[in-house]
Design a protein around this ligand. Structure first.
Ligand SMILES: *[C@@H]1O[C@H](CO)[C@@H](O)[C@H](O)[C@H]1NC(C)=O
Ligand SMILES: *[C@@H]1O[C@H](CO)[C@@H](O)[C@H](O)[C@H]1NC(C)=O
Ligand SMILES: *[C@@H]1O[C@H](CO)[C@@H](O)[C@H](O)[C@H]1NC(C)=O
Ligand SMILES: *[C@@H]1O[C@H](CO)[C@@H](O)[C@H](O)[C@H]1NC(C)=O
Ligand SMILES: *[C@@H]1O[C@H](CO)[C@@H](O)[C@H](O)[C@H]1NC(C)=O
Ligand SMILES: *[C@@H]1O[C@H](CO)[C@@H](O)[C@H](O)[C@H]1NC(C)=O
Length: 428
């Protein structure tokens, strides 16, 4: 009896403690650190320390890369939680040479002995991409993933019949095949009053992470960021994904109007250019005087905190294993790791996109176009102010639940968006 009562009491105490803990975490979920705390699985107040670590690891990695030739090494990646810079090495006799050349960072280095050199991985990647084209494969991602020192192919089991010839031929290269369902569906219909706002005194701000709507009031995609042209700096464009364009809503001139919403829909302007093949990006020209484009990304949850954009981070400045975050209209701020910096993706409708980045960011329908960024600063006072844009979300795939696979989000890199004389509008 007494024992039972005691157990009950202990359980009760435990529950109270759990509640208190839950409460603390729940209360601090609005912290600007919450998305990274979730990613790294640490308390919010540990995030600044990890940000500092990651900054050092990135410095070390950038110093390391020129030392790695394609024959004796198989790529490198960082792991912020364990504070390591992992180096895939084939010929161990070169280890001391690297260690000596990386003096200030020696304690961070960790060598993995692997079989696939970077040159080998690159050539396997090329062989697999041409096999995929040759066998008319569909709805796949082919990526070069340093962490597993192999090529990883993501396929949707629903397309097995069509992809069978490709898979059969691909097996000779021993790639890793992952099953993942691509996320697809109809936009959410919310049919709104599309009367434009009349007053000339009202300004409507559009920032990265906002919903953008079609003229029926459907929430279509996420606003990315604002850009302009050197030759026409009087014009500004809002960047989002190219597949947000919908033929059913096309104007006679082949463009499509997109809207923001405050009570009613407010016209932003026409998507003048969009691309589905090779890259997935659309440019919406700001045509309404009511709209004010701001170089800002919407912050965590409903906290008013917003992050000014101060520049961009090209794909060759990114390190495998480092974090990236996005601000999606549907999912809010979500962070993940960079899984692969070289990847090609094919959509089910026959389009394919080259040179994309694979991340473990969680995204879903409606997040397409969301700005993807890394913080410039590791200063807790600043975070997540001063962000650097590295691209937009263009696709998401959900991993096999039974295998406990994580989410995969595909990023269209900023350097493929800022072509010709386009430049990013920043808050400097
Ligand atoms: C491998 O491919 C990547 C991406 O195309 C390229 O940046 C790198 O230089 C290549 N490395 C080798 C050793 O071929
Ligand atoms: C490893 O590198 C050393 C030094 O460059 C070289 O002498 C040796 O032949 C290499 N071993 C292999 C197996 O390539
Ligand atoms: C490492 O190897 C390179 C080329 O083999 C050589 O030039 C360099 O001096 C070596 N560095 C060290 C620290 O041994
Ligand atoms: C590398 O290849 C050898 C010989 O084929 C094999 O025994 C070893 O398991 C491989 N190592 C890895 C990390 O795949
Ligand atoms: C995929 O990537 C490779 C190397 O980056 C490139 O040469 C190839 O043309 C790409 N495209 C397709 C559709 O596979
Ligand atoms: C590729 O597959 C699609 C869908 O099954 C089919 O319509 C198309 O004709 C195929 N193309 C080639 C070149 O086999």
């Amino acid at each position: 009896m007494i024992k039972k009562a005691l157990t009950k009491l202990i359980l009760f105490l435990l529950i109270i403690t759990l509640h208190i803990h839950l409460k603390i975490y729940a209360l601090s979920d609005n912290s600007q650190y919450a998305p990274l705390a979730k990613l790294w699985n640490v308390a919010n107040d540990e995030v600044p320390k990890l940000l500092t670590r990651e900054k050092t690891l990135i410095e070390a990695s950038q110093k390391l890369k020129p030392l790695l030739d394609g024959i004796n090494f198989g790529g490198s990646y960082i792991d912020t939680k364990s504070n390591k810079l992992f180096i895939n090495i084939i010929n161990l006799s070169l280890k001391d040479n690297i260690t000596n050349s990386m003096k200030p960072y020696q304690d961070l280095l960790s060598f993995n002995t692997v079989n696939n050199s970077l040159t080998k991985l690159n050539s396997t990647f090329d062989k697999l991409t041409s096999l995929a084209l040759q066998h008319n494969a569909t709805n796949y991602i082919i990526s070069n993933k340093y962490k597993v020192n192999n090529i990883v192919i993501y396929l949707d089991p629903n397309d097995y019949g069509r992809n069978k010839a490709f898979i059969d031929n691909a097996m000779q290269y021993n790639p890793i095949i992952k099953n993942s369902a691509s996320i697809k569906g109809e936009p959410k219909s919310t049919t709104l009053d599309s009367n434009a706002i009349e007053s000339r005194d009202v300004f409507v701000y559009v920032v990265g992470g906002d919903w953008i709507y079609d003229h029926a009031g459907n929430e279509v995609c996420t606003a990315g960021f604002w850009i302009s042209r050197e030759s026409r700096s009087d014009l500004i464009y809002l960047v989002t994904a190219g597949h947000c364009f919908d033929n059913d809503f096309a104007n006679p001139d082949g463009s499509q109007n997109f809207y923001t919403r405050i009570y009613n829909l407010v016209n932003i302007g026409r998507m003048m250019y969009h691309s589905l093949q090779l890259k997935d990006v659309g440019y919406i020209l700001k045509e309404s005087d009511l709209i004010v484009g701001r170089p800002i990304v919407r912050g965590v949850a409903r906290v008013s905190r917003q992050s000014p954009i101060i520049g961009s981070l090209h794909s060759d400045q990114l390190e495998a294993g480092s974090y990236l975050c996005m601000s999606g209209a549907e999912s809010g701020v979500q962070c993940g790791y960079i899984d692969a910096l070289d990847a090609n993706i094919s959509y089910r409708d026959g389009y394919y996109v080259e040179d994309v980045i694979i991340t473990t960011i969680y995204s879903t329908l409606g997040d397409s176009g969301a700005p993807v960024y890394h913080s410039e600063s590791d200063d807790p006072e600043d975070f997540p102010d001063r962000i650097l844009i590295s691209g937009i979300i263009i696709s998401g795939r959900r991993g096999d639940e039974e295998e406990d696979e994580e989410m995969t989000s595909v990023v269209q890199p900023i350097n493929t968006i800022l072509v010709d004389d386009f430049f990013l509008i920043t808050a400097n």
